[in-house]
Design a protein around this ligand. Structure first.
Ligand SMILES: [Zn+2]
Length: 270
């Protein structure tokens, strides 16, 4: 099990944390966190916790965020941000960088390196590398902890990207790819469901159901088994009714008696 705490940096209304043309940094950070959590829900043995206020109204204090990550026993902490340079106007500084704590813990560097590599490969933004910084969320969390800066709000080209849904998804996807690689995460296995199956109501209908089975190349289930769960996406029901059966599509081949039912099946086979 990998326990991952996520923090979208700041809050919606945190002063200063915005592009010169008004995008709030938290809007970007939050969209990336939401998408990353959604993507990782498809993987086995992952538990996730979000530390910022999902409405953005409260800029949750850093101490509160790191305390929650620690008391929840996170194995991994990811802090998502967009960068800024200068005094709030546009400038040419650009690119993506990922931070670890100043002591450069090797496990943190390994994760940061994988995430940074995926971010650069996917976004093709300039690579500013993995760096060390004495940030609260890196210093005070006991988890393997990284902070990603996904582009500069003060760079006009990157500000445009930070506003786009596609770029946000790409950043989330990249962070998730780095996690998958580092922790060898595996997709959840979907329950096995057949494309098509035949259901018989009584063994009186078996001979004609067998003709149908040979024709459509699908197995025959008794009603009792078919009612125990979803056995196939499509059910061809020979005799009886469709009550209590689970499928995306049900074709009822039934008459008032087994001769009529047989006629319906013959008609279906053509
Ligand atoms: Zn930030």
């Amino acid at each position: 099990m990998v326990r991952i705490s996520w923090s979208a940096g700041h809050g919606l209304n945190t002063p200063g944390k915005r592009t010169p043309d008004g995008l709030r940094e938290w809007e970007f950070n939050s969209a990336v966190v939401v998408e990353a959590i959604r993507l990782l829900e498809q993987y086995q043995d992952v538990l996730q916790l979000r530390l910022d206020d999902p409405t953005g109204q409260r800029d949750v204090p850093l101490q509160e965020r790191s305390n929650r990550s620690n008391s929840w026993n996170a194995d991994v902490h990811i802090d998502v941000h967009a960068n800024a340079f200068g005094n709030g106007g546009w400038n040419a500084v650009q690119g993506i960088e990922t931070f670890v704590y100043t002591t450069r813990p090797p496990r943190d560097v390994a994760l940061a390196t994988n995430v940074q590599k995926r971010l650069i490969a996917n976004t093709r933004r300039p690579d500013r590398g993995v760096k060390a910084e004495n940030f609260h969320m890196l210093r005070e969390t006991r988890a393997v902890s990284i902070l990603v800066e996904c582009g500069f709000m003060t760079n006009q080209e990157e500000a445009t990207l930070l506003k786009s849904e596609a770029y946000r998804k790409l950043c989330a996807q990249s962070i998730v790819e780095g996690l998958i690689e580092t922790y060898n995460l595996k997709l959840k296995e979907e329950d096995f469901v057949l494309e098509r199956a035949i259901v018989i109501n009584s063994f009186a209908d078996f001979p004609v159901a067998e003709l149908l089975a040979n024709f459509v190349k699908a197995p025959i289930y008794t009603r009792r088994v078919a009612q125990s769960g979803k056995v196939a996406k499509e059910l061809l029901v020979v005799g009886g009714n469709a009550e209590g059966l689970l499928a995306d599509r049900i074709t009822l081949l039934a008459g008032r008696n087994r001769f009529e039912t047989a006629a319906r099946v013959q008609e279906f086979i053509g």
